[in-house]
Design a protein around this ligand. Structure first.
Ligand code: AHG
Ligand code: MN
Ligand code: MN
Length: 350
């Protein structure tokens, strides 16, 4: 995105990106629409209980999650904003199938309108995640815009509605972070080039699932817990924020590794996170910041979705640590059964 000044407004940064690469013109319009929706959602979230019961439960979505009031509100605000942008269709966590917006428009959007929904009712950080793809659907192949590898994404971003509201964004030229200037109602550039440190000292995983994990994950976390006395030769701290965007933002800012692996629970063989509107955008943002993102054996951005709510195991973060975790997997697909090779302790030095 060139050498933009810290404090520059998002619209000026997008204009500079388009001036440098005119093929980004429509992408910039879609990002501006997402930013508009994000500011609206941020305003509602910022009112907390004064805005009503944002965690009020409604129907189930197609992934079996009970929708909360804010899930639906965010879905509606983003979808409405995207209807006014050059977007042909939207694949949203909160809609069963692909939603057609503007037939013939050049771009398609995959979106998690509200990530970390379980945090809504307890005033903890939540977010929104989006990936922007070239339109490729046809009447014969209605999912066509979303079934290629994640490397086809033109841009990706996530918003964190935390103490500050921030937009982490990539257009394929590095990863930047913008922070909402509430007085002005506009995002301003605060981190022109995010770079993730290669070594991790922090891991994020929901440890309550330990008994369900596959052997490689058990071995890796066991070695993290052994700290400097174990084969990884260093002590680790642990965090688990219950919202992917919050863990991702921490990893971007201070390194670390995040794991939501597949496990033995019913319906969790491929973990909990969805490839299209969670793993693929996060993977794009991480790789553009020099970090890694895999499913245990494959690069996330090489994986093609065959359904819009398809799940995938997700491991991302500091490049050296992701490579270390991949060694524990040893190129195996854990769902294909256990390997006695992993035995009682980690096999690999970090
Ligand atoms: P969503 O609210 O969009 O369904 O996403 C929640 C995801 C992700 O944000 C978070 O990392 C993960 O679910 C937490 O899962 P557990 O509740 O199983 O820990
Ligand atoms: Mn989510
Ligand atoms: Mn969600």
């Amino acid at each position: 995105m060139g050498s933009l000044e810290i404090g520059s407004r998002l619209d000026a940064c997008l204009a500079a990106a388009v001036a440098a690469d005119p093929t980004l013109s429509d992408v910039a319009k879609v990002i501006a629409a997402c930013a508009t929706a994000a500011i609206e959602v941020s305003t509602v979230i910022g009112r907390g209980a004064l805005a009503g019961d944002l965690a009020a439960q409604g129907a189930q979505n197609s992934d079996g999650d009970v929708q909360k009031f804010l899930d639906v509100l965010a879905h509606e605000r983003f979808t409405e904003a995207l209807r006014g942008a050059p977007v042909s269709e939207v694949a949203s966590e909160e809609s069963e199938g692909v939603m057609l917006l503007n037939p013939g428009a050049p771009l398609a959007v995959a979106i998690d309108p509200l990530d970390g929904s379980s945090n809504i009712g307890v005033n903890m950080a939540v977010g929104s995640i989006f990936g922007i793809w070239p339109t490729a659907s046809t009447p014969e192949n209605p999912l066509g815009s979303f079934t290629g590898p994640g490397t086809l994404q033109r841009a990706a971003g996530f918003v964190t509605y935390g103490p500050a509201t921030s937009l982490v964004l990539t257009l394929g030229h590095g990863t930047q972070t913008y922070t909402l200037d509430r007085a002005e109602g506009a995002f301003r550039l605060t981190h022109p080039r995010m770079e993730v440190v290669a070594a991790a000292k922090e891991y994020a995983i929901n440890a309550s699932n330990a008994r369900h994990w596959d052997t490689p994950v058990k071995a890796y976390i066991e070695d993290c817990l052994r700290g400097a006395e174990g084969p990884l030769d260093k002590d680790f701290n642990m965090r688990w924020l219950g919202s992917l965007v919050s863990d991702a933002q921490r990893v971007l800012l201070r390194g670390g590794v995040f794991l939501y692996p597949g496990d033995n629970r019913k319906g969790y063989a491929q973990g909990r996170l969805r490839l299209l509107y969670e793993a693929a955008p996060i993977a794009f943002l991480m790789e553009q910041a020099g970090a890694g993102a895999i499913d245990g054996e494959r690069r996330i951005l090489d994986i093609c979705a065959s359904a819009i709510h398809e799940r995938v195991p997700l491991i991302f973060g500091s490049a050296d640590e992701v490579a270390c975790v991949a060694k524990y997997y040893g190129g195996r697909n854990p769902a294909a059964g256990r390997s006695p090779l992993f035995g009682q302790r980690g096999l690999m030095r970090g």
